[in-house]
Design a protein around this ligand. Structure first.
Ligand code: 8YV
Length: 317
């Protein structure tokens, strides 16, 4: 009999879904009209869960899965998984560590570049037919130069490092903050986030959210100042979103490029009206290449855990 696996979010890679279907009896909760009733019926048979990085799995759901042997996160953020509870049941929680680093860093650079060069705003201007109506150069404000910007990185983990390498290639001096100085990177460590913001033209959030909720607040944004850009490819919760919205509306920072929000898919609607904001829908790892690699890692983790081995990409136990 094939093991029963509960999948909480869609995976958009056909080859991965085919492999899942051939190896397991898949229970796709997101396809169910009454997920609660579905869990009542099948919960006791479930041996593995596949979930997304930002959706995770709470204790209340794990409690309904008494035969659970592994939680495979199709992502790197494990902040939405109740890790203490998973540990108490000795459940391995696995992730796709390393698989999405390059893509997330690419999108961080794209968000900064698009925002400071007004890529989205000008695209909207042309699509609205405004270029033809207002062909004079004064119809569009001048943009800001990206090359050479002083970039401050919040969180010098895998993604932070990949962002640093990229912006350095644009001639941007890099400083960073983290819980401690990283001896193996050539960038300047700044222990004080406010000081980092003060000395940056762009601040890029790349930190894990579990210990850093609300880290970026009004004081940090004011230290970044009216010429400064903010980019977030980590988690919405790293920022006090109301502070960020207010700073943008009041032009206390120059602009923002945001892939993540506190209450996805709900984005504060006032941001839709701001041309100095570039919005993405939590898409940083959403390429064919990366999602395929992530899916392969999920398959590997499930196979290892269900064979009684410690999964290679495991975070707990
Ligand atoms: C993914 C993420 O979008 O890895 C993470 O923690 O948040 C994202 O890269 C998500 O996990 C895909 O399900």
């Amino acid at each position: 009999m094939k093991p029963n696996i509960l999948q909480l979010n869609p995976i958009l890679v056909p080859s991965v879904n085919e492999r899942l279907d051939s190896l397991y009896t898949m229970h796709r909760l997101f396809e169910q009209v009454d997920p609660d009733a579905y869990l009542r019926e099948h919960g006791a048979t479930i041996r593995g869960v596949i979930t997304g990085g930002h959706t995770g799995i709470q204790r209340s759901m794990m409690e309904r899965l008494p035969a659970l042997e592994v939680v495979a996160v199709n992502g790197v953020g494990t902040d939405a998984v109740d890790l203490d509870y998973a540990r108490s049941r000795q459940l391995p929680v696995t992730g796709t560590f390393g698989a999405l680093t390059e893509d997330v860093a690419d999108l961080a650079v794209a968000l900064l570049l698009s925002t400071c060069r007004n890529v989205g705003a000008v695209d909207r201007f042309i699509r609205a037919g405004a270029w033809v109506r207002h062909p004079q150069p004064s119809a569009l404000p001048l943009a800001r130069r990206f090359s050479g910007m002083r970039v401050g990185i919040v969180g010098m983990g895998r993604v932070g490092r990949a962002v640093a390498t990229r912006v350095a290639a644009f001639g941007c001096p890099v400083r960073y903050t983290d819980l401690r100085e990283m001896r193996d990177v050539p960038w300047t460590f700044e222990p004080d986030l406010l000081q980092l913001a003060r000395n940056s033209d762009a601040l890029i959030a790349c930190a894990a959210a579990d210990k850093a909720e609300g880290l970026i607040d009004a004081a940090v944004l004011d230290a970044l100042g009216p010429q400064g850009y903010f980019v977030n490819v980590a988690r919405g919760r790293l920022v006090r979103e109301a502070d960020l919205v207010r700073a943008l509306v009041e032009h206390r920072i120059a602009g923002a490029g945001l892939d993540v929000f506190v209450d996805e898919p709900n984005v504060p609607p006032i941001l839709f009206e701001l041309d100095n904001v570039t919005l993405q829908a939590h898409r940083a790892s959403a390429t064919v290449e990366t999602r395929t690699a992530m899916g392969e890692m999920v398959l590997e983790s499930l196979a290892q855990a269900l064979a009684g081995q410690r999964p290679t990409h495991s975070l707990t136990t």
